[in-house]
Write a protein that binds this ligand. Structure first.
Ligand SMILES: *[C@@H]1O[C@H](CO)[C@@H](O)[C@H](O)[C@H]1NC(C)=O
Ligand SMILES: *[C@@H]1O[C@H](CO)[C@@H](O)[C@H](O)[C@H]1NC(C)=O
Ligand SMILES: *[C@@H]1O[C@H](CO)[C@@H](O)[C@H](O)[C@H]1NC(C)=O
Ligand SMILES: *[C@@H]1O[C@H](CO)[C@@H](O)[C@H](O)[C@H]1NC(C)=O
Ligand SMILES: *[C@@H]1O[C@H](CO)[C@@H](O)[C@H](O)[C@H]1NC(C)=O
Ligand SMILES: *[C@@H]1O[C@H](CO)[C@@H](O)[C@H](O)[C@H]1NC(C)=O
Length: 412
């Protein structure tokens, strides 16, 4: 009902090719964890065991300052050889993980470790934390999640259905800009997937943003950007201005709000107060832990849990990311399993707007996410799938309803 019929027929031919990209309606739950909020809790079939198959997991720092990436392995046959390390500006660290790896990557900022790397420098000055954001118990090597607020790159490299699921999440707050770049390598299964549909980016820091709303990286001496070029350009978010990006974090959720003016009262609106350049932001859920923000307790359903001011602000600066547990269907990327990924911190340019650029295609929901399902079947099953999903949500499950978007590639 959402597609033009002609487009569906055209798309059907492409659905039989392996290059289908899927976008899911992925339902997340945010329940408190020791340090970070665990919210990627999809109910998916058990993963296949790929055995010895390994894929690259590459971590790159384009920030102007040294960061300490952290990697948290949540499942899979084998994870990266390191779970936390120093990464200087411009440097890249290549890992290989099993093709069924599940986990998340984040960046720690403003770190200062002791010489053993197992505690903060100077004894921590009263707090057991070595990094201003993303800290993992003041250890260089992380054994758990990073402290909120933290931007996450999340991967389920094999959901058990032959698909890889990945996303950038601001459900636990925001500290650094992140992009994810699919690494299909020489596998021909990925050659036909347009890179401008698989490589999302979220730049919500003024210092990393190109302020020109029409910024076009391909004509600025940068022939390729996030593995795309001018023949398949990334759709950028052209709506947000530099001022929007500097002010998106709700006042009370800033980690370090600027000093109050002389009388100790914030004027309203507060737009005229200069915010810090590095302005990490708690999510409403990570700061207040209210059921209504975390979609827990009495709010554990998409009907009852509405996006907060934070979630709406996130979606406006970073349209392709998860902003709250029951975010809409424009947050998770799905590709055939077997690819690796690169996580780039501080990618620059502007946030992408891939999923809503294709929103008319993504409105179609299919239940199983099987790659070879025909478009006609999708249209017919959409309603019952959605209903089934909603009833599952009602009993507290987080489920995945996949959107088959083979039509995405009908223009190839
Ligand atoms: C890391 O991976 C990238 C992308 O695959 C590659 O270009 C680079 O040569 C690799 N670096 C090392 C040191 O292996
Ligand atoms: C913290 O890190 C950010 C990002 O790397 C940087 O912009 C900022 O200057 C740092 N702040 C301090 C106090 O070092
Ligand atoms: C642009 O990227 C496509 C793959 O998306 C590739 O086939 C093409 O050769 C690239 N063009 C240039 C000029 O690099
Ligand atoms: C990717 O680039 C192609 C042109 O090669 C364009 O038709 C398509 O709309 C782009 N996809 C997105 C998501 O912007
Ligand atoms: C290439 O990708 C396909 C699709 O996911 C996968 O089934 C296959 O195992 C991959 N081939 C190699 C050599 O990794
Ligand atoms: C889905 O639910 C709506 C409202 O409850 C109902 O009208 C519709 O018939 C249902 N669709 C299917 C396919 O069950």
């Amino acid at each position: 009902m959402f597609f033009e019929q002609a487009r569906i027929r055209h798309a059907r031919h492409w659905l039989h090719a392996l290059l289908s990209l899927f976008i899911v309606l992925a339902i997340l739950e945010c329940a408190p964890q020791s340090q970070a909020i665990h919210h990627m809790k999809r109910h998916i079939a058990p993963r296949q065991n790929f055995g010895g198959n390994s894929v690259p997991l590459i971590v790159t720092n384009w920030c102007g300052e040294t960061i300490y990436p952290g990697i948290n392995t949540q499942g899979g046959t084998s994870g990266p050889s390191q779970s936390g390390f120093e990464l200087q500006p411009g440097n890249t660290q290549n890992f290989s993980v099993s093709a069924d790896w599940q986990g998340r990557v984040w960046g720690r900022t403003n770190c200062s470790f002791n010489s053993q790397g197992n505690g903060p420098a100077n004894g921590g000055n009263g707090g057991w934390s070595a990094c201003q954001t993303g800290d993992c118990n003041a250890q260089v090597s992380c054994s758990g999640a990073g402290a909120v607020p933290v931007t996450l790159a999340e991967f389920t490299m094999d959901g058990g259905d032959g698909q890889s699921y990945y996303d950038i999440s601001l459900v636990d707050g925001y500290n650094l800009p992140i992009a994810i770049v699919l690494q299909g390598g020489s596998n021909s299964s990925f050659q036909g997937i347009p890179p401008n549909a698989t490589n999302p980016s979220c730049v919500a820091s003024l210092g990393n943003l190109n302020p020109d709303t029409n910024y076009w990286p391909y004509s600025n001496g940068q022939a390729t950007f996030l593995n795309t070029n001018s023949s398949s350009p990334l759709p950028f978010n052209t709506k947000t201005t530099a001022s929007d990006v500097s002010n998106w974090c709700p006042w009370d959720l800033q980690v370090s709000p600027p000093q109050k003016p002389g009388d100790g009262v914030y004027p309203y609106p507060d737009d005229n107060i200069q915010r810090p350049v590095f302005d990490p932001c708690y999510s409403a859920c990570s700061k207040y832990r209210d059921d209504s923000d975390c979609c827990t307790g009495n709010y554990n359903s998409p009907q009852k849990c509405q996006p907060s001011e934070y979630s709406k602000a996130v979606k406006s600066v970073c349209p392709d990311v998860y902003s709250y547990a029951y975010d809409d269907k424009t947050s998770t990327f799905i590709v055939p399993a077997g690819a690796g990924f690169e996580v780039i911190f501080c990618p620059g340019a502007r946030s992408t707007n891939i999923l809503s650029a294709e929103s008319s295609l993504h409105s179609q929901i299919a239940g199983s996410g099987h790659a070879n399902q025909g478009a006609g079947e999708i249209g017919e099953t959409a309603d019952s799938t959605l209903n089934a999903s909603i009833s599952s949500w009602a009993v507290g499950f987080a489920i995945v309803a996949a959107l088959v978007t083979g039509a995405l590639f009908s223009s190839l």
